[in-house]
Design a protein around this ligand. Structure first.
Ligand code: TNX
Length: 542
């Protein structure tokens, strides 16, 4: 009843002309009275732990300092509970929020700290864009904003193995993700070129496995990785911004760096035409007791570093490209006899079920690339990442079998694909990934309401084989990640690419002001390629 009344009340108000918000809010109405804010205006933040970040964000956006309000005194900006809204408003839940800007104050109502945080970002975007009077006071448009996300999982995946980003770059990324209400950083920490997460029990994983990258494979390349202390700091930094970091440790394939450090776990490699091993140590031995124990130990340390991740991603992709030697391993032969496994696919399934058991026992859902749809994992404790855009039937199977799914098909979600037809470096596959395709996603999939219940969300992925420098990683990521953020948050019926294009230039400016160098589709800025670029070594002492 309350929601119905609220709907009627808001319906009776005029819609507000475009607000400078990305992602576009679900519902926006005129309140009639703008709010004037000057330097020193007071802010009431409910959670003392969040106060400094909230004040800093708002002060930066306003261009002048705002101060904390004394307890129980009225303030110009107030973060309040969901149930303190006037009766004629819908009550926000979960990550949703309501912002009410009237002549006396701006109130942000939410049921959760995440809802308050998203309301904060909305207010910060309004403040930055607002008109100023002669004295420099800000005039905020009088507005009622009722907002909530379309998808629970609004993600970005960063490949740290091929080229390493480092702590400062990741924190800069988290700040920008927070601005656009993205809430998952899928952290691809291990792969063939290098292993990037310190594991105390196996120090060679980083001391040896951390050396080099896609463009520098010399054995004396410096080791680049995140120490456990750095990881704890980054996880806390993300948490304060309501971003959950989901770690990925890829297995049983893409294992070369780990096997380089601990060759006793070698399961053999990637055989190319002409029988030349390209990645000679592509897999872990899927059946050796010692290897399984080694992986259990690693997962236990990962779980302890990311206690609130909810999901540990164990990869599971592209295994058959490199499993040819498995049939020669005595442990695999014994396993096949003992468990009556008829082929290597059955061995892969056995291994996946074995390791998913560890992940589940540690208290996490198992995340895996869409190959795991064929691996008979528990439906209610497994999250499938659909990436093979050329295999829509795999998405269908995942949904029909009842798995939860994150949608991140290469087209249009892989940011290592070029974004403009004139660009030369980066991938293409029957086309490329222009900004509008990423923005429009996932409309072309024509998901039914039933499908959407199983789709936890969407994410963009930056694979870094061809992004040697941070400048190029920025160029490939932005502004497509801004478009993905709107696709993830804004209800389908509120999406409009022309409106997005009008709101985007201000965000390109914000990104630049925060040390990020986006591609500018309006100026069609020159392509930043990696040709001739030298890998960078952030976090390595000179
Ligand atoms: C496929 S996506 C991969 C990655 C590559 C990427 C390049 C996936 C599960 N595997 O290992 O980096 O393509 O686009």
């Amino acid at each position: 009843m309350k929601v119905l009344l609220a709907g009627l009340f808001l319906l009776s108000l005029p819609a507000l002309a475009e607000l400078p918000l990305i992602p576009r809010a679900a519902g926006v109405k005129e309140s009639g009275s703008p709010l004037k804010l000057a330097a020193g205006a007071r802010v009431h933040v409910a959670d003392p732990a969040a106060r400094d970040l909230f004040l800093a964000t708002l002060s930066e956006a306003a261009g002048f300092p705002l101060g904390p309000a004394p307890a129980d005194a009225p303030a110009a900006i107030q973060f309040l509970s969901a149930d303190s809204l006037p009766d004629n408003f819908p009550v926000p839940a979960g990550e949703g929020y309501v912002v009410r800007i009237v002549a006396e104050c701006a109130n942000i109502h939410a049921a959760t700290p995440a809802g308050h945080f998203h309301g904060l970002q909305t207010l910060a975007q309004l403040l930055r864009a607002a008109e100023r009077d002669d004295q420099g006071a800000v005039l905020l448009p009088g507005a009622f904003i009722v907002d909530a996300p379309r998808f629970a999982w609004r993600g970005f995946m960063l490949d740290e193995s091929r080229h390493f980003t480092g702590e400062a770059g990741v924190k800069r990324l988290l700040d920008a993700m927070a601005r656009y209400k993205l809430n998952r950083l899928h952290w691809h920490l291990t792969d063939s070129p290098a292993w990037r997460i310190e594991i105390k029990k196996y120090p060679a994983l980083t001391a040896i496995g951390g050396r080099g990258n896609e463009s520098d494979q010399s054995p004396d390349a410096p080791a680049q990785f995140y120490t456990q202390e750095q990881i704890r700091g980054i996880v806390a930094y993300a948490k304060a911004r309501h971003i959950t970091i989901v770690p990925e440790v890829d297995m049983p394939g893409h294992a070369d760096a780990a096997v380089r450090a601990y060759p006793q776990h070698d399961g053999g490699g990637f055989v190319q035409k002409g029988n030349k091993d390209k990645w000679p140590r592509f897999t872990f031995n899927p059946a050796a007791k010692e290897t399984l124990a080694f992986l259990d130990d690693i997962l236990a340390e990962v779980a302890a570093l990311f206690p609130e991740a909810g999901v540990i991603h164990f990869g599971g992709d592209e295994v058959h490209f490199g499993w040819h030697h498995w049939k020669d391993l005595p442990e695999v032969q014994d396993l096949m006899t003992k468990e009556k496994l008829k082929d290597l696919a059955a061995v892969e399934t056995w291994f996946n079920r074995r390791m998913a058991g560890t992940v589940n026992r540690l208290g996490f859902e198992t995340g895996g690339w869409d190959e795991i749809v064929a691996r008979e994992l528990p439906r209610d404790r497994t999250l499938v990442f659909w990436w093979r855009h050329d295999k829509p039937q795999v998405l269908r199977q995942a949904l029909e079998k009842g798995y939860s799914v994150v949608l991140c098909p290469r087209r249009p979600c892989y940011l290592d694909f070029v974004q403009h037809d004139s660009h030369k470096t980066g991938r293409r596959w029957g086309g490329f990934n222009p900004l509008q395709d990423t923005f429009d996603f996932p409309a072309a999939l024509k998901l039914t309401p039933d499908d959407e219940r199983r789709v936890r969300g969407i994410q963009a992925c930056l694979w870094t084989e061809t992004t040697v420098t941070q400048e190029r990683r920025d160029f490939m990521t932005w502004p497509r990640l801004v478009a993905l953020a709107e696709a993830a948050w804004t209800p389908a019926e509120r999406k409009d690419f022309h409106s997005f294009e009008r709101r985007l230039p201000a965000e390109l400016e914000w990104l630049r002001a925060h040390g990020i160098r986006p591609y500018d589709p309006f100026a069609d800025t020159p392509e930043v390629t990696d040709r001739g670029a030298k890998p960078e070594y952030p976090d390595v002492p000179e």
